[in-house]
Design a protein around this ligand. Structure first.
Ligand code: SF4
Length: 502
């Protein structure tokens, strides 16, 4: 049985390079697949180099054995479980109850992520939840750690109830290929860190310069959280699937696919393992505190080979970039090439606001109607509050609001309007995950994970932003709180003025 959090101890020790490995439970609660995972875990425990086994949570949006089941067995085996805490299937009550569940089961390490959009399931596609985004879920966890239990009053209950001890990770992709996606990824990362993330894991990718950029970005922003680089070891079949966009948010260079085709033709079954070892050595040199390994059709003996090879390669000169660097053609980079300096001049100049549409007109109208610094705003506020005082006046105002906003913004009348925070585009109708604080990691070349023929909603937002927007201005306002669904179908105009006068 695990007594201390080995994963945390290792990751927070600057002298250690931490190895984690991803287990992927499938459907059902037993059988060969579960036996194989447990066999891997026992061997990993005996070997001692892997400090945590992360357990996916309905990976790929498909239903699977819940991570707590495997987590409990890992604790018995004596190896730390790192639970993937995905938000696609959990509303805020489920988020809270799972925090309590994992604490009760002594599983302290959680990797918070949005999760892949649900796929076809029992009688069709499951309804996606995404009640909280990753920033809001991390904030909720931090509140509970500080003794504020997540009921409607957010009361401090540390005297009645124990405070959990969590080790919370977040995910970032430094591998986005367009400016808008990459800037949003880094903006969200800053928010996640402020919301209490304790460590960072990268999404999977194979571009050395992009890995370097992440480390530079963290240094430039004085973030000294430990970072694990994702080293995914795909088979040729999975690499082909990634190259054709079938894995959300993942891109693979044609060069890597071609190389793997050649290796397969030559019958070189260890090439992918040796490449992973080369990547690990390279990432260690770049300053990553560890790696999060994963892959398909791998046994413990394969990972043992990778780790042995890392040992052999360290201190030798045989490492070349061609073994571990596979950039995507025409990728946008956050920093100019070969920049070692930490000052702002090393940043690639940003070009937001290239397709502003009617954003300026909406901004002016918003200022005139909702700002208490304008006479029109104050008058409109009084009018809305007057309408709120009568049942029929409220109904008429709501009808007018719905008519105008449906026409202009395809509004869904959520009652808690966030248009002004998304360049006057509506995330309730525009983003399939209805995210209000920036995009998920699933976009690909600027297009949406869920509807690949549509531009990502947040890329469209970026293209409408003020041209002077920087990463600082994007993150200066605190993230939006979770939506209050009690307001759905009510007038957001009335709600706005009620909130601002109470
Ligand atoms: S619109 Fe963008 S943020 Fe929303 S689900 Fe699609 S890719 Fe993710």
């Amino acid at each position: 049985m695990v007594k201390t959090n080995q994963f945390k101890t290792s990751l927070t020790n600057p002298k250690e390079f931490t190895i984690a490995y991803e287990l992927v439970p499938g459907q059902g609660f037993g059988g060969k697949q579960v036996d194989r995972l447990l066999d891997f875990s026992r061997k990993a425990k005996a070997d001692g180099r892997i400090k945590a086994l992360s357990i996916t949570d309905n990976p790929g949006g498909n239903s699977a054995l819940a991570p707590a089941a495997i987590g409990e067995e890992l604790l018995q085996i004596g190896i730390e479980p790192l639970i993937h805490f995905s938000l696609k299937d959990k509303n805020r009550s489920q988020v809270a109850s799972h925090i309590f569940l994992y604490q009760r089961m002594l599983m302290h390490s959680l990797l918070v992520m949005g999760g892949d959009y649900p796929k076809l399931g029992y009688y069709g596609q499951a309804r996606p939840v995404y009640d909280l985004d990753t920033i809001q879920a991390l904030q909720l966890m931090q509140d509970v750690e500080n003794g504020y239990y997540p009921d409607h009053k957010l009361e401090k209950k540390h005297e009645q109830l124990p405070s959990p001890i969590l080790f919370k990770g977040c995910v970032v992709s430094p591998f986005k290929t367009t400016e808008a996606e990459q800037v949003w990824q880094y903006a969200k990362l800053l928010h996640k860190v402020r919301a209490g993330a304790d460590f960072i894991i990268t999404q999977l990718g194979y571009d050395k310069r992009k890995f370097t950029e992440l480390m530079t970005f963290l240094k430039q922003n004085d973030i000294d959280l430990p970072v694990l680089a994702n080293v995914f070891i795909p088979s040729l079949l999975v690499t082909r699937a990634m190259a054709t966009g079938r894995i959300p948010g993942v891109l693979v260079a044609d060069e890597l696919v071609a190389r793997m085709e050649r290796e397969a033709a030559a019958g070189d079954t260890r090439a992918r393992l040796n490449r992973a070892a080369a990547m690990i050595v390279c990432l260690k040199q770049l300053g990553f505190q560890g790696v999060h390994l994963g892959g398909n059709c791998l046994d413990f003996e394969d990972i043992e080979h990778v780790l042995d090879r890392v040992k052999q390669m360290e201190g030798t000169t045989e490492l070349s970039d061609s073994d571990c660097d596979f950039p995507i053609k025409d990728t946008w980079y956050f920093y100019k090439p070969m920049q070692n300096s930490m000052d702002k001049s090393s940043l690639t100049p940003l070009i937001p606001g290239t397709r502003p549409g009617a954003a300026k007109v909406h901004e002016l109208s918003h200022h005139l109607l909702f700002s208490d610094r304008t006479l029109t705003g104050r008058l409109f506020g009084r009018f809305c509050l007057f309408c709120a005082g009568g049942k029929y006046r409220t109904k008429i105002l709501r009808f007018v609001e719905r008519f105008i906003k449906r026409l202009l913004f395809n509004c869904r009348m959520c009652g808690d309007c966030t248009l002004a925070r998304a360049a006057y585009l509506c995330p309730q109708s525009g983003c399939p995950k209805q995210l209000v604080n920036g995009p998920c990691g699933g976009s690909r070349k600027g297009y949406c994970e869920v509807f690949p023929d549509r531009r990502c909603f947040w890329v469209r937002v970026y293209n409408r932003l003020d041209p002077h927007t920087t990463i600082e201005t994007l993150t200066e306002s605190p993230p939006l709180h979770p939506k209050d669904w009690a307001l759905e179908k009510t007038s957001s105009w009335i709600n706005h003025f009620k909130n601002n006068t109470s």
